[in-house]
Design a protein around this ligand. Structure first.
Ligand SMILES: CC(C)(COP(=O)(O)OP(=O)(O)OC[C@H]1O[C@@H](n2cnc3c(N)ncnc32)[C@H](O)[C@@H]1OP(=O)(O)O)[C@@H](O)C(=O)NCCC(=O)NCCS
Length: 316
């Protein structure tokens, strides 16, 4: 039943709002996923606090008569702007809160000035797709979110990659440039330096760098374990890219080795199904779908989901 229409106010999410933001995130997604106690949903995941810490300007809080009602966040990957999470306290669903949050975040430079504003949402949610469509986002490919148990027999030497966390500051700057060059070759202006820095500064995991001499052939930004986007026992590939199929294979091996070294039992990675080669590699390596999201993008800008794009990400 809809509650009476009350004015929704939106403002930047501040540090003092983080507990409320995290509570709303759990209540919203827990309720949407039908769990018995939404307040305890995903207690091992950190999305709201870590993203806010990395970029406080990319988050909006909605309130109704002084009560915290919803949050939305956005991040900039160079030419790409990624929207999410969007979560509204179930007490206030169907009161226009999400609509107000979307109006506000779409005016944020992280999305407003992006060549490709993008998001993903549950592929089976007709109402979510309709909500985003009202704001100019159109559905594209499915994004299978895949997982596999960690292979204990991986040969560490065969998959050696350099951990970003171990570099000196000037080497980190150089590595960020190389990563941006690699992603820029996939899609003009794509640059996930923000994610690499966020993982490094907050010790959420590590970024694996795969070098071939002085050339970077691939890299993977990984969240590891509880208190990150991966959750207890998991290594989540937030973003990965490689120049060649061989490098992509090696990168997956290096991720497996990182997970094993950190005592994590499974690897999670999302891939746009338009990226056939990457998707096939993951399936061949034993990854299997946990769930399906759908990619949605605003404007008719081309994306980086062509069949040869060796890229892992799920725009969550
Ligand atoms: C998806 C979600 C954010 C929507 O939040 P919301 O605040 O209920 O959304 P809105 O109120 O702006 O719009 C939702 C619907 O309510 C309707 N609505 C808005 N104001 C209304 C009002 N005063 N009375 C009746 N209906 C109203 C809208 O028209 C819309 O209808 P539709 O589904 O038929 O298109 C919320 O359900 C949620 O947090 N879900 C879990 C997390 C999630 O899935 N997030 C998004 C994917 S990443």
């Amino acid at each position: 039943m809809a509650i009476a229409v009350r004015p929704v106010e939106v403002r930047p999410l501040e540090e003092r709002d983080l507990p409320a933001g995290e509570r709303i995130f759990r209540e919203a997604f827990g309720t949407a996923h039908g769990v018995a106690d939404p307040s305890r949903y995903w207690p091992d995941r950190n999305y709201v606090r870590s993203r806010w810490t990395a970029d406080p300007g990319g988050a909006v809080m909605a309130g109704i008569e002084g009560a915290s009602a919803g949050i939305v966040m956005a991040v900039r990957w160079g030419s790409v702007g990624v929207l999410g999470p969007l979560a509204v306290d179930p007490l206030f669903w169907r009161s226009g809160v999400a609509g107000r949050l979307l109006e506000s975040i779409l005016e944020n430079p992280r999305l407003r000035d992006a060549r490709l504003p993008a998001l993903s949402t549950a592929a089976g949610s007709v109402s979510n797709v309709r909500l985003y469509q009202r704001f100019g986002f159109w559905p594209g490919f499915l994004i299978p979110v895949l997982a596999k148990p960690v292979d204990e027999t991986v040969d560490a030497k065969a998959t050696a990659a350099t951990p970003y966390a171990g570099l000196r500051e000037e080497q980190k700057d150089e590595a960020l440039k190389e990563c941006a060059a690699l992603t820029g070759a996939v899609y003009e202006g794509l640059d996930v330096s923000h994610e690499i820095r966020s993982v490094d500064r907050q010790a959420l995991g590590d970024t694996l760098l795969l070098w071939s001499g002085v050339r970077l052939d691939g890299f993977a930004v990984c969240h590891c374990g509880a208190g990150t986007e991966a959750g207890e026992g998991a290594c989540y590939v937030k973003f990965g890219a490689a120049r060649t199929p061989e490098a992509f294979e090696s990168l997956l091996g290096a991720v497996e080795e990182l997970a094993r070294a950190r005592g994590l039992g499974r690897i999670v990675a999302g891939v746009n199904s338009g990226r056939r080669a990457a998707y096939r590699h993951l399936l061949a390596r034993g990854f299997r779908a946990l769930s399906h999201s759908v990619a949605m993008q605003r404007r008719d800008a081309a994306s980086y989901d062509g069949p040869d794009a060796l890229v892992i990400d799920d725009w969550r």
